[in-house]
Design a protein around this ligand. Sequence first.
Ligand code: P6P
Length: 337
Amino acid sequence: MSGIKTLGQFIIEKQADFSYAKGELSRLLRDIGIASKIVNREVNKAGLVDILGDAGTVNIQGEGQKKLDVFANIQFISALTSGGECCIVATEEEDDFVRIDSPVSKNAKYIVCIDPLDGSSNIDCNVAVGTIFSIYRRKSVEGEATLADVLQKGTQQVAAGYVIYGSSTMLVYTTGKGVNGFTLDPSIGEFCLSHPNMRIPDGGNIYSLNEGNYVHFPEGVKKYLKYVQVHDEATNRPYTSRYIGSMVGDIHRNLIKGGIYIYPTTAKSPKGKLRLLYECNPMAFIVEQAGGVASDGFNRILDIEPTELHQRSSIFIGSKEMVTMAEGMMTEFSAEM
Ligand code: P6P
């Protein structure tokens, strides 16, 4: 029986994959793993300690921050600061990007975009929540890194991953050579390789979207919803609706079982709700590396040129055949508009 392989051992083993890396990216990934374990400890105790509920503050998205949002944000920034490999952190919880203020980090190579705790409104009802992160190499070669180093296309990511704090805690990441999943073993406090070379099925019958927004959906999405709900045994329809209001939870399930997650434009979110830099891009990189597809309904997510830090995008992400079908309906109806 092959022995346990921890995240740290795996990262070092795969370091040879990066011709340019001299260990910095490996250390950066390990820093993120450490912060995830600290966040996991608090998420798991959320009902027991005074860390539930609202922090009484509002983030740039206009969303009330939960105490755990703020706690997770602090933990990741702190781990990235002490690790010394990251010069800028762009986080959902801060209006502007955070320049890591430490002598070693000034010339650090990497930029991290992160949603420290996505889906946090679910914490009070014990539904899975997650962390989502993207890693880029800074483009500028001298002086301080700037916003231009942050606003890079998703195709420029050197790594991306998520942590799901669910029935078990898993860290799933890619560096562009496939997707691997690690499950936290609390008895040794290590993430251990549990899902090597994750692949999303080409087809599936799970669709994830908030049908409460139906009246404001684009016509192509309405058409796709009607398609998945038709009774047709030959094509295994009607499909199954699964939506937990936590992107990491919904996409992780669909990654394993096959499925599509859609957050289209709605009346409340005319540009889509999810943020390009630290939700759509990392999830798109991971799903593409697992054999799936991710677009805004028309264009590949990873090709979108960012112009703002908290820019939003609609997203259609998951099994190749399902996303392609939905995109076809979006195109069909946009042509008729
Ligand atoms: P709605 C959580 O706030 C989040 O960013 C994603 O994790 C989740 O899929 C989506 O928003 C839920 O949004 O509008 O359906 O409640």
